[in-house]
Design a protein around this ligand. Sequence first.
Ligand code: ADP
Length: 617
Amino acid sequence: MFKPKKLVWQIFPANILTILIAIIAVSWYGTTSLREFYLQETEADLEARAELIGSRVQEYLSEGMIGKLRAYCVQAGRKSGTRITVVSEDGKVLADSHENPEVMDNHRHRLEIEAAFAGGIGKSRRFSDTLEDNRIYVAIPLTVAFPQVSNNVSDNVARADINIVLRTSVSVATLDKTLTAIKFRIGMGSVAVMLFTGLITLLISRNISKPLEQMTKSAEQYSRGDFSERMLPMAKKTASLEVITLASSMDRMAELLDEKIQAIVTHRNQLETVFSSMVEAVIAIDTEERVISLNDAAAELFDVDRKAAPGRIVQQIVRNVNLQQQISHTLRNKECLVDEIIFHDRDGDRFLQTNVVTLSNGLGENVGVLVVMNDVTKLRRLENVRRDFVANVSHELRTPITSIKGYVETLLDGALDIREDAERFLQIVLRQSERLTTIIDDLLVLSRIEEDSKQEQISLEEELLLPVIASAIQTCQHKADGAGVKMAIDCPDNILVEMNATLLEQALVNLLINGITYSKKGDTVTVQGMACDDDQGKAVRIAVRDTGCGIAKKHLPRLFERFYRSDKARSRTLGGTGLGLAIVKHIAQAHNGRIEVTSVEGKGSEFTLVVKGYLQS
Ligand code: ADP
């Protein structure tokens, strides 16, 4: 697989190789040209030397002074560092500066000699068998009026023009040595140039790659969402124009990205805040009916972990067939639905108003549904209470009215003439009208307290509790005596309560009457007052305790509703209206307090009013 290389390793070897090739080519061409030039120069020089000594050679030869010629050749050869050879036309060596001509080979077929005898200037570069080294030869033809060629010098010999060749030569070993030295110097220079170039290349490539590396680091930071650093200031110091342009473009891009991301994050946070703080439960669901997200209200309502919910099938979170149908319907038909479902949870039934709308992405494609649920349980319960109340009031009023109407009709039908019956019937009519009055009075009291506390017209003053309890006991004394029930007070005389004395007494009377009503003969109803610390500060608990019939647990939550009776028949027989405890509750609320009840069936009950107050020191 292709492994990417660092920039320096891409530039460095290529540069070095190019320089190496260039140096080799240049030095090869240079040395070759130099050698050729030198050789040509040497050849010209040898030719000049030959021409120079040619006349002396001709002179000696024409005079037949072979001995002198040989001595001259040796002497001139030594002085000029040149080998001088004189060859006759038959190839015989007449004189040689470096060797005894007698022992030398026939030279007729030496390249340069042949060329010279052909009339031209013979040149040759070759190995000398005689001197055993590489040499360069130049031979020129000479014509000499020569006596009979002989080794013996004789004066009386007939002269004839003969052709000879004068050959000069030098060794090229010196040249090669010089060239080798030059090559060595070129080599050394090349190494130095390469080192220098390598260093420069290294610096340049570092100069290019360093800002790029820094930019890569910054880009990695950008990819992690950190836009705090900018590339341009880092790149500016050493980088090239292209890199600086790139850095400034990247910086602009980062700035734009940063702005865009900030805007998106802010927007998302705003949405998240709205989403989280909504009272309505909201669930976003995808086309496969899986939860995309839900808000805190939904998580709380359906008792799920908000973070763990996304990805789960919606039915795992809300088990409700109706809701499931609504979601499927909206997903299928892409139309919004407003409906209501009843959701069963630990605390009982919950009424949820559902709004199911389609969810689209930025391109307008349908990506799921959004379910907004409004908990209308309280509203429905209130409606139920109101409905029940109207039904109860009608029922409670109708019973005595029907009874009165019946007896009055009976009286009109003739019963009036029978005095005994008439009196009995009229007694019943009177009792029923008293009952009607009691109900209407209680209803009026209730609505007045409700109205007054709504308009905050109930004035509260700090007063001692004991006199109020005593007064309530006194009010109920007659009833208690009639029922054979005793009453007791257990309350310090220095408890102060923030109260409306009339209303508080009314509440205590209601509780005492209930206590007396539902107790057996000989029982005692106790009113206890004590100061205590409540969550909201200093409080006073006023408990009315009896040892009567008690109330079954299931009735306790609804006991303070209007007309609610735990034992309907008994309550009616005992003359109860079912409004007494509702009045007590409203009085407690008007005192910014509350009413609590504990009761054990068959053992008795305790109703406690908790109001603001304290123990006076
Ligand atoms: P009622 O006029 O019928 O007493 P209340 O509102 O005062 O109406 O009381 C509601 C019902 O609570 C009563 O019908 C009765 O069944 C029950 N109740 C109230 N106080 C007591 C008590 N001390 N002991 C037993 N039952 C009680």
